[in-house]
Design a protein around this ligand. Structure first.
Ligand code: HEC
Ligand code: HEC
Length: 220
């Protein structure tokens, strides 16, 4: 296995720390509408995702925060898996994970995660949440930052290609918003939905990011 220079230690640590999150999940059954995905393969794959993404895909804090997938919009999950494969979204671990999944397996996993509803992981600073709530629902008119709810929904559950943010790990949201232009939309010849979010991430200050991340991470 060859790693991109400089990334190997982080990747290895992620793999080691992730195993702590694993446990058998009794809710892991092939979603009813999934055709052509054998139950044992599906269970093995969903269990594998949970070794990093946490029990019931609630998210997990290892060396880096692993994003919550529970309740996530299936269209958004499919878009991101394809973006990892195309290297439009940069993450060496997820590139390898995604490129071996069949389209039927992707459908089955996306439907499965949509149905999971564990409580938020929690742990964000409570004192930032009221400021974050204001930004989420009203935006920051003076800085031309639109209300997050206009795309991500009043309950932050997202819709279709607009991701759910409710219950997403605080540290993950902070890291994504802070590094958007370096990690997402990395193929200018093949533009994607990351362009919608890019200019907004760019305008948010560090303090605003911390506040809005704390707020959404606490939502059910
Ligand atoms: C070895 C650890 C690991 C495994 C196993 C793993 N993931 Fe991930 N996944 C990650 C990391 C780390 C990220 C965050 C990448 C980033 O920061 O951009 C991620 C991100 C994602 C995202 C994007 C989430 C978002 O909110 O944008 C999706 C979708 C995803 N993974 C799906 C899966 C699926 C489906 C499986 C199982 C087939 C899986 N992952 C297995 C580590 C893993
Ligand atoms: C005009 C619509 C729009 C608005 C307004 C908007 N977003 Fe987004 N956001 C998106 C889209 C679309 C994506 C998915 C991008 C992709 O698929 O690459 C996204 C993705 C994200 C992500 C990445 C989620 C993940 O799981 O990796 C975060 C975090 C985020 N938005 C936070 C915010 C915050 C905070 C605000 C308000 C300050 C906001 N967004 C306002 C459209 C919007």
């Amino acid at each position: 296995m060859k790693f991109v220079k400089g990334l190997a230690p982080a990747v290895l640590l992620a793999a080691i720390f992730c195993t702590g999150a694993y446990a058998e999940d009794s809710k892991t059954n092939v979603p009813a509408h999934s055709v052509g995905v054998p139950t044992n393969e599906f269970k093995a794959k969903a269990g594998y995702c949970e070794t990093c993404h946490g029990l019931s895909a609630r998210g997990f804090i290892g060396t880096n925060p692993m994003p919550r997938l529970a309740g996530q919009q299936p269209d958004y999950i499919k878009n991101q898996l394809q973006a990892f494969i195309d290297r439009r979204r940069l993450n060496p671990v997820m590139g390898n994970v995604a490129h071996v999944l069949s389209p039927a397996m992707v459908d089955a996993l996306a439907a499965h995660f949509k149905d999971l509803d564990p409580p938020p992981y929690g742990g964000a600073p409570k004192e930032l949440m009221s400021e974050g709530k204001k930004i989420y629902h009203e935006g920051v008119p003076g800085a031309e930052i639109p209300a997050c709810e206009s795309c991500h929904g009043a309950d932050a559950h997202g819709l279709d290609q607009f991701p759910r943010l409710a219950g997403q790990l605080d540290g993950y949201v902070i890291a994504k918003l802070a590094h958007w232009s370096k990690e997402r939309g990395q193929d200018p010849k093949n533009p994607d939905n990351s362009e919608i979010m890019g200019p907004i991430a760019e305008k948010l200050s560090k303090e605003q990011i911390a506040a809005v991340a704390a707020y959404v991470s606490d939502l059910k």
